[in-house]
Design a protein around this ligand. Structure first.
Ligand SMILES: [Zn+2]
Length: 195
């Protein structure tokens, strides 16, 4: 559900003064509209159109690991999601907010990301260093999650192994998979997604 994560988010907001008040007020408005029985089912990402069906999250935004009605979260491997949520709670206690910038992706969405990367980097070979094919991507099977912002990814790189979460690729500090038992050792990250 969206609503419980909203109140938790307001509690964890460490910004001070007017900024915090504005943030809390904004969250409350969202919470009221999302929870109001007469409003259409409406988390903010719904307002951006049908795009979320394929697991996409707009490039300039992120969602909470508790936004379980978003397909990017709902279609993750339950074990991975549970580990991320536990980590998010501990991170919050340490003053760090873990946000999800990408989770489960449909094959079509993964292909779109790959096509965009080919356009941007000029060749399939270069693109594949950052974006896997739909056949190979752990996002498509629900076994990978991208975490932001930078301080959150950094926190998870340092503490992820406590939850079994490991950085998979050396060139993607945001991408994590369940790659060890909780408390175990993470495998050495591969150079990139093409390896
Ligand atoms: Zn990723």
């Amino acid at each position: 559900m969206f609503c419980p994560s909203v109140s938790a988010r307001a509690d964890g907001d460490r910004r001070s003064g007017r900024q915090a008040l504005a943030a809390v007020a904004g969250v409350l408005v969202v919470a009221l509209s999302a929870c109001s029985p007469e409003s259409p089912i409406g988390a903010p990402w719904h307002a951006k159109g049908r795009a979320a069906e394929d697991g996409s999250i707009p490039a300039d935004s992120s969602i909470s690991p508790y936004d379980s009605d978003h397909p990017a979260i709902a279609r993750l491997d339950p074990e991975l999601l549970s580990a991320v949520r536990t980590a998010a709670q501990d991170a919050r206690a340490a003053g760090v907010e873990l946000r999800v910038t990408s989770g489960w992706r449909s094959k079509a969405y993964q292909q779109r990301l790959l096509d965009d990367a080919v356009t941007r980097y000029g060749s399939l070979e270069e693109a594949r260093r950052l974006v896997s094919t739909p056949e190979k991507s752990a996002h498509v099977t629900g076994d990978a999650i991208d975490i932001g912002p930078t301080d959150a990814a950094d926190w998870l790189i340092r503490h992820g192994r406590d939850y079994g979460l490991c950085q998979t690729y050396a060139n993607e500090m945001w991408h994590f998979e369940l790659s060890t038992a909780p408390g175990g050792e993470c495998p050495v990250p591969r150079d990139d997604a093409a390896g």
